[in-house]
Design a protein around this ligand. Structure first.
Ligand code: CAA
Length: 246
């Protein structure tokens, strides 16, 4: 069997690079889809993943037609798109009373519409081939809500509703759809939180520290394995115990 092809949106930086590397180590051919508007960042990424079967492809995940063209290109070049990890995400934190329409729309477009845009174009191929793994990177803040994140918490909770609905639609086609809900990890998003607020959050984490991107990536690799076919519609929290739901 030829190598399975994985697409990771938000593939550069944050959790994305660690997910790309974990999937490549699991024997996948990986396409890191990201805006790529900063050539230095792209060059750093290419250096970091040198030696792995990972290539960068520019994509604006909020553009429905661009996502369609991208999926077509991946399928033409690699033969199939087997694993889709929706990890592209941004924050525009502020309290609702100060939030403007642009801050709301940009978080919805990048974090939630992107999941529709990619899945809508990828799911027919996966269903037709009888194999697919979709992993949506949600957040603990979609489960608990977070002060200053009505936009982000709504988008992240929405991702899991989408996950469960699509999981039902494609369960008989060999396609699984799951969410992973990371807690606070060592990423640029979290580094941007004011120091005192960040420390206050870390103090509430039972494990007592931020998560490592690799700790999220290993969960994604687990869910996208060939023998993970009986896990679907699930949300796997990886949050150091910050939120323990039932
Ligand atoms: N709970 C209760 N009250 C809070 C609070 C909190 N967590 N944070 C601030 N407040 C209070 C402030 O002290 C202030 O009180 P006063 O008016 O009495 O002074 C009031 O609420 C309003 O505060 P601001 O005017 O400063 O509010 P703001 O609109 O400027 O927004 C904020 C502040 C930017 C949201 C800031 O609170 C913040 O950065 N919070 C952290 C948000 C966060 O955790 N984001 C996660 C980013 S990482 C991520 O998202 C990845 C992931 O998935 C985990």
């Amino acid at each position: 069997m030829s190598k399975r092809t994985a697409v990771v949106t938000g593939g550069i930086g944050g959790l994305g690079t660690a997910i790309c590397v974990a999937l490549a180590r699991a024997g996948r051919s990986v396409v890191a889809a990201d805006l790529g508007s900063n050539p230095e960042r792209v060059a750093r990424f290419e250096h970091e993943v040198d030696g792995h079967d990972i290539r960068f492809a520019p994509l604006d995940v909020s553009d429905f037609d661009a996502c369609g063209a991208f999926v077509d290109e991946v399928q033409a070049r690699h033969g199939s798109l087997d694993i889709l990890v929706n990890a592209a995400g941004i924050t525009r934190d502020t309290t609702l009373r100060k939030m403007d329409r642009v801050q709301w729309d940009s978080v919805m477009n990048v974090n939630l519409d992107s999941v529709f845009n990619l899945c809508r174009h990828a799911v027919d191929g996966m269903s037709g081939r009888g194999f697919g793994r979709i992993v949506n990177i949600s957040s603990v803040n979609g489960q608990t809500g977070q002060f200053g994140q009505t936009n982000y918490s709504a988008a992240k909770a929405g991702m899991h509703g989408f996950t469960m609905a699509l999981a039902r639609e494609v369960a008989r086609k060999g396609v699984t759809v799951n969410s992973v809900s990371p807690g606070y990890c060592e990423t640029a998003l979290v580094a941007a939180i004011p120091e005192d607020i960040r420390q206050g959050i870390v103090d509430k984490v039972p494990v007592g520290r931020l998560g490592q991107p690799e700790e999220i990536a290993r969960t994604v690799a687990f869910l996208s394995a060939d023998d993970a076919g009986y896990i679907t519609g699930a949300n796997i929290p990886v949050n150091g115990g910050l939120y323990m739901g039932f």
